[in-house]
Ligand binder design. Sequence first.
Ligand code: BGC
Length: 352
Amino acid sequence: MTIYKLPDTKAFESCLNNKNTHLLTLANRTGMQIALSDYGARLVSVLVPDKHGTLVDVVLGFNNIDGYIHAKEQYHGATIGRYANRIAGGHFQIGNTSCSLAQNNGENSLHGGPEGFHRKVWDRQVSLKKQVDFYYVSPDGEEGFPGTLNTCVSYELTNENEIKIYFRATTDKTTVINLTNHAYFNLNGEGNGDILNHYIQIPSSNFIPINSKQIPTGQISPVEDTSFDFRVAKKIAQEINSSADQIQYAMGYDHGFVNESPISTPAATAYSEGSGILLEVFTDQPSVHLYTGNFLANDQGKSGHRYLKHGGFCFEAQHYPDSPNQGHFPAVILSPGEEFQHTIIYKFSVKK
Ligand code: BGC
């Protein structure tokens, strides 16, 4: 049995692009602990009690900064920006201005480009041992996006075993924005097999279908009578091997669900019978993207196990993919004088 603990803070002390990197830790009154790195403003570890009261690290990741820098899968736990998920052809238009982005997913731009926010060393500030604020100023034109973007991502750990993530940003030129968190969860513990036995519940009655290049077709489709109907909790395994095109295009689930829940009710939940751990996600964003780790690439994780296909899943609360090219999707434009604000809450408990 793996005994989980937070990584050694020294193993995260380095210097990248003339900036020092650190590991920051928070603990609450019930014993939950999290670790964060300023490299990518990311979640490194989340230790929560299972049904026996034993702490389990439910987030995939690495024990040292080099693990994150050299991983084949770059997005573990990271803040994703400026634009989470894909922008078709790495191209979009704002008014009369045409923008060409750095391409890193065939011809598409994925997760802000190869040097997106997950690769930046953010400034940091710790308040009252319960909140960490990360700051990053993205220069005008970075990865092709217009405007200087002043970004702040705050992580708060509450005594109710919630991780509250607040995203805020302002710009000096009209731009597009879609920020999220890319933690991979395994509620049986990171590295402890796959997540196919987890139950998922998503109250959405509609999802966002994709084409063979994983770009939204533009339709919004009912989940009724499809593998995407999670309105009643079901195991991920149940239909993940369906021969339906939507599943085949992504080699599993990699789709946005239209979020119909106010921030006070869960937009998505996951539960493992093995550990008894329940994860609920609350958000004010228009979509929750379920990604079942279809392209996890054999990196060796914190407890020495390899992260194989379906070794973790992500609930990415965000705007719809490719919105800058799909005028009927909720708008992702940020203009000077406005503030982008977005909240994600990951709440952990044990289901009795
Ligand atoms: C995307 C996947 C992509 C993965 C990369 C997910 O958020 O939806 O398509 O392959 O990130 O880790």
